[in-house]
Design a protein around this ligand. Structure first.
Ligand SMILES: Nc1ncnc2c1ncn2[C@@H]1O[C@H](COP(=O)(O)OP(=O)(O)OP(=O)(O)O)[C@@H](O)[C@H]1O
Ligand SMILES: Nc1nc2c(c(=O)[nH]1)N[C@H]1C(S)=C(S)[C@@H](COP(=O)(O)O)O[C@H]1N2
Length: 220
């Protein structure tokens, strides 16, 4: 099935789904140098390219390129979650130990629930690529709106800043025979969004096989 592609939105207005399964997805690149024009941002293009290849249900992107400033990061996440109504926000950058790396603190500040499994799994995957993976302090949270599922929620996940790390952590690692050695974190994202009242999203299993318990699979 193919769905219409929407231009990414830069507006702060609420986005209404054009299809019940449409994922409203915020992409936030956090980099002093990319946001300051020192180099071209590769974070948002890498996130978008991977998601467009992985998702088989429709998606609408809302993009932000911002510096490593905690108040600005928290404000951007809050705006994308509460005003725009994103189901999912992926950030890239600012998770390391440097003084300016404050993405995890700014993310925890806006969460209502911490989801530690995402960070744990990302570090496990990344350790198979680089020994410095333990330097990434990436976290994930859910920001719940209102008091019921109908009010909505946003899953926010920090990814490392290296553009190549985006695919590595989302998709995981395969061996020479294409067997999965370490499951990418995106395999758990569709069910998490479903459990928090969001759309039913599906993926191409050749890229990333989404896992749901049988009882949660929607009949064809
Ligand atoms: N948005 C980006 N676009 C392109 N390359 C990036 C981006 N973010 C990070 N990188 C690359 O990954 C490396 C490590 O990322 P890290 O987030 O630690 O950057 P940094 O040294 O904190 O600098 P900055 O915040 O200015 O990107 C950077 O040195 C850069 O080469
Ligand atoms: N998959 C993967 N994870 C990775 C890396 C990488 O190259 N690939 N780089 C590591 C390094 S060197 C650092 S310092 C941390 C934090 O990066 P950030 O500050 O860009 O978020 O991510 C780590 N995680």
């Amino acid at each position: 099935m193919s769905f219409p592609q929407h231009e990414p939105s830069a507006s702060t207005a609420r986005i209404e789904r054009s299809h019940p399964d449409e994922l409203i997805c915020g992409l936030v690149s956090i980099s002093d140098r990319a946001s300051g024009g020192v180099y071209e941002d590769q974070g948002i293009p890498a996130l978008k390219t991977w998601l467009q290849g992985a998702l088989t249900t429709p998606v609408r992107f809302v993009e932000r390129l911002i510096p490593d400033e905690a108040p600005g990061i928290s404000a951007t996440l809050t705006e994308l979650a509460d005003t725009v109504g994103c189901d999912l926000i992926l950030t890239t950058g600012g998770t390391g130990p440097s003084r300016r790396d404050v993405t995890p603190e700014a993310t925890l500040a806006v969460g209502t629930k911490e989801m530690p499994g995402f960070g744990e799994q990302m570090r496990q995957i990344s350790l198979r690529f680089v020994p410095t993976a333990i330097l990434s302090r990436q976290v994930a949270v859910i920001r719940e709106r209102g008091t019921t599922d109908a009010d909505g929620a946003t899953l926010i996940i920090n990814l490392p800043g290296q553009p190549k790390a985006i695919r590595e952590t989302l998709e995981g690692l395969r061996d020479a025979d294409q067997a999965l050695v370490a499951a990418g974190i995106f395999a758990a994202v569709p069910y998490c969004i479903q459990l928090t009242g969001g759309p039913y999203i599906e993926t191409d299993p050749a890229v990333c096989k989404a896992f749901r318990p049988k009882t949660a699979v929607r009949p064809a």
